[in-house]
Design a protein around this ligand. Structure first.
Ligand SMILES: Nc1nc2c(ncn2[C@@H]2O[C@H](COP(=O)(O)OP(=O)(O)OP(=O)(O)O)[C@@H](O)[C@H]2O)c(=O)[nH]1
Ligand SMILES: [Mg+2]
Length: 356
């Protein structure tokens, strides 16, 4: 899973990136209009994985991973005629966005628009993305019309044209494509177009050194997921070792580090949940889409397991943790055998029986 940090110049993207990943990138270096991308991979914290690891004492513990991309260079007015190919390609690879919005006041840090106005800043970037998508939609509409006039694949093209005209209308009324709430399958079919406003995004309001107070701002940006952070403070805390970090989080009354909050929201927005595999070799957390069947989930581990899938042995991790071991689970008759159509639940521990 890849989350792109976007935002206007000097909003605190790199500072937030440092807070999220523990990196130590220099701040205020991006040049507006010049793409600058830096990636960092972090472990997804999961207390269930920790508990399972303590139980099985395996050689290896493997967390789910999430990639954060610090994307510098986006700015007002750079998408006339649509964002340039390079920007588009890079940004379109993201599964979702974390949009950093400046709330902090600091005379030493100039704001590209002058005054502080979070709602305006959100709108500016939104309209850059909307414009980029609109260009793509319009190009596709002309292509479709051209093909239809030649009598090619009439039905298929007519259906697609209907969808794209709906998309155009949405964008022209200044709404993002995600507001269409297209079914997952349809979204997947559109992936090749690299639409930006179709991707889930959450908003990270950077309150600077002041305590986040969403109440005063949240109505501006609904119905989006909004989190508040003190980016600079959290970036500094992310440099500390675990024990010291706990002390400072307490001191600043930060109940949960931003990494954990953002990852949890991202899982929700992207409809991702977790299953586990356990054993003496390794315990491991596997992210997968909510609604996946056991067979599809097996494919997350390896395509061979999906192809040769016979059955899955399933036990919820909380049951396993409560009973104290696999032998106990079997003895209590709590190990279920599920077929390929079984819909995975968050926290399932799975062992795939397969044959290839
Ligand atoms: N006072 C204060 N300053 C901050 C905070 N977060 C970021 N800054 C400052 O704002 C400036 C820009 O921060 P960056 O994190 O580089 O912002 P950015 O969005 O990555 O900027 P560009 O990549 O250059 O567009 C730096 O001078 C930071 O020190 C904060 O929480 N409080
Ligand atoms: Mg930056």
């Amino acid at each position: 899973m890849q989350l792109g940090l976007i935002g206007l110049p000097m909003s605190g993207k790199t500072t937030a990136f440092n807070a999220l990943t523990g990196a130590n990138r220099p701040t205020s270096i991006a040049v507006p209009g010049k793409l600058d991308v830096q990636l960092a991979v972090v472990d997804v914290p999961d207390p269930r994985l920790d508990a399972l690891t303590a139980m099985f004492n395996p050689r290896k513990k493997v967390h789910a991973k999430i990639t954060f991309a610090d994307i510098g260079g986006l700015a007002k007015g750079i998408s006339e005629g649509g964002l340039s190919g390079q920007f588009r390609n890079e940004i379109a690879q993201m599964d979702g966005f974390v949009q950093v919005v400046r709330v902090f006041k600091d005379e030493n840090v100039p704001h590209p628009e002058g005054a502080i106005d979070p709602q305006r800043d959100i709108d500016i970037l939104d309209s850059e993305f909307l414009l980029t998508d609109l260009v793509t939609v319009e190009n596709r509409i002309s292509r479709l019309k051209e093909e239809m006039s030649k009598g090619k694949e009439r039905d298929k093209n007519a259906r697609e044209l209907e969808l794209f005209e709906q998309m155009r209308e949405t964008l022209e009324t200044e709404k993002p494509l995600r507001s269409l709430g297209l079914p997952y399958e349809e979204q997947r079919a559109l992936r090749g177009y690299g639409f930006l406003s179709i991707k889930p995004r959450l908003i990270l309001l950077n309150f600077g050194d002041e305590r986040p107070d969403l109440a005063s701002l949240v109505s501006l940006v609904e119905p989006t997921t909004v989190l508040g952070i003190q980016a600079r403070i959290e970036a500094e805390i992310a440099q500390l070792d675990a024990e010291e970090a706990v002390l400072f989080l307490e001191e600043y009354q930060i109940s949960e580090p931003v990494r954990e909050r953002v990852i949890r929201e991202a899982y929700n927005l992207l409809h991702v949940q977790t299953f586990f595999t356990v054993g003496e070799d390794e315990t491991r957390a596997w992210p997968h889409t909510i609604g996946a069947t056991a067979q599809e989930a097996a494919g997350v581990i390896h395509t061979d397991l999906q192809r040769g899938f016979i059955r899955a042995e399933i036990v919820p991790s909380d049951v396993l943790l409560e009973l104290g071991g696999m032998a106990e689970v079997k003895q209590a008759g709590k190990l279920r055998l599920e077929g390929k159509e079984y819909i995975m639940h968050d926290g399932d521990v799975m062992n795939v029986r397969f044959n290839i």
